[in-house]
Design a protein around this ligand. Structure first.
Ligand SMILES: Cc1ncc(COP(=O)(O)OP(=O)(O)O)c(N)n1
Ligand SMILES: Cc1nc(C(=O)O)sc1CCOP(=O)(O)O
Ligand SMILES: [Mg+2]
Length: 202
C-alpha cells in the first residue's frame, strides 16, 4: 500500500473541512476530550466530507466508532492497541496504522501487520508531553530498515523545511499538527505542505 507523503492531522472536523479542499489526500481526525456523541457526530461529518473530496480519513483512537460508522482506516497508539479488537477490524477490512517509539514497540506493531508504522517524535513537539525525546533522522533510517515493506510515517515537530531530511532518511509520509494548526494562515501553510511533499509521491 502506498501512503500519501502529506499526512494532515486535525483536532476538529471544522479544520478538516477547511483544509481538505486544498488538496489533502490523507487526513487524521484526532479528537481529544469530547463526549462520545460529539466524537461520533464529528466522525460522521468527516467521513462524508472526505468521501466527497476523495481524501482518505483516518480515525484516531476511536476504533469502535470507526467500525460502527463504516470508516476504513484508524490510527492506534500502544495503549489503544491494548483494547483494540484487531480481529474485528480485519473482518471489517478496516486498515490501521500504529504508533511506535522504541524497538520493542516496533516489533509489537509489526506483528500486527499494520498499514503503516509511525515513528515519533522525530523532532521536539509542542503538542503533548511525551516520555521520549526527539528520535532524530538516524532513528528514521533505522526504522525504515526494520519496517521492511511496511510504510513509515514520521511525526513530531515537522515543518516544510525539515521534509527533505525526513524523506531522504526513508520516511514514506510526514504527519503534522502544530505547524499548520498554529499558522497565521492555516490554508496557505497547508498549500505549502502540499507543494513541499509533491516530489515524494510514489
Ligand atoms: C500518524 C500518527 N502517529 C502517531 C500518533 C500518536 O498516537 P498515540 O500514541 O495514540 O497518541 P494520541 O495521538 O492518541 O495522543 C498519531 N495520532 N498519529
Ligand atoms: C500526536 C503525536 N504523537 C507523537 C508520537 O511520537 O507518537 S508526536 C505527536 C505530535 C505531532 O504533532 P506536531 O506536528 O504538533 O509536533
Ligand atoms: Mg491514541
Amino acid at each position: 500500500m502506498t501512503l500519501d507523503p502529506f499526512y494532515l492531522i486535525v483536532s476538529h472536523v471544522s479544520q478538516l473541512e477547511l483544509l481538505v479542499p486544498q488538496g489533502v489526500r490523507l487526513v487524521q481526525l484526532r479528537i481529544k476530550g469530547q463526549p462520545g456523541e460529539e466524537v461520533r457526530r464529528q466522525i460522521r461529518r468527516a467521513r462524508d466530507f472526505c468521501a466527497v473530496h476523495r481524501a482518505q480519513l483516518v480515525v484516531n483512537d476511536y476504533w469502535q466508532a470507526a467500525l460502527d460508522l463504516k470508516c476504513r482506516f484508524v490510527h492506534l497508539g500502544q495503549e489503544d492497541m491494548e483494547t483494540a479488537d484487531f480481529a474485528a477490524l480485519r473482518r471489517a477490512g478496516v486498515r490501521f496504522g500504529l504508533s511506535t517509539h522504541d524497538e520493542e514497540e516496533l516489533d509489537r506493531a509489526l506483528a500486527h501487520d499494520p498499514a503503516y508504522v509511525a515513528l515519533g517524535p522525530v523532532y521536539p513537539t509542542l503538542l503533548k508531553k511525551m516520555k521520549w525525546g526527539p528520535q532524530g533522522l538516524d532513528r528514521v533510517r533505522r526504522w525504515k530498515a526494520m519496517a521492511g515493506d511496511t510504510p513509515l510515517v514520521g511525526i513530531g515537530g515537522l515543518t516544510p523545511e525539515r521534509l527533505p531530511g525526513l524523506f531522504e532518511a526513508g520516511a514514506d509520509s510526514a504527519a503534522v499538527v502544530t505547524d499548520i494548526a498554529t499558522a497565521t494562515n492555516p490554508e496557505a501553510r497547508c498549500t505549502e505542505w502540499i507543494k513541499a511533499t509533491r516530489a515524494y509521491v510514489k
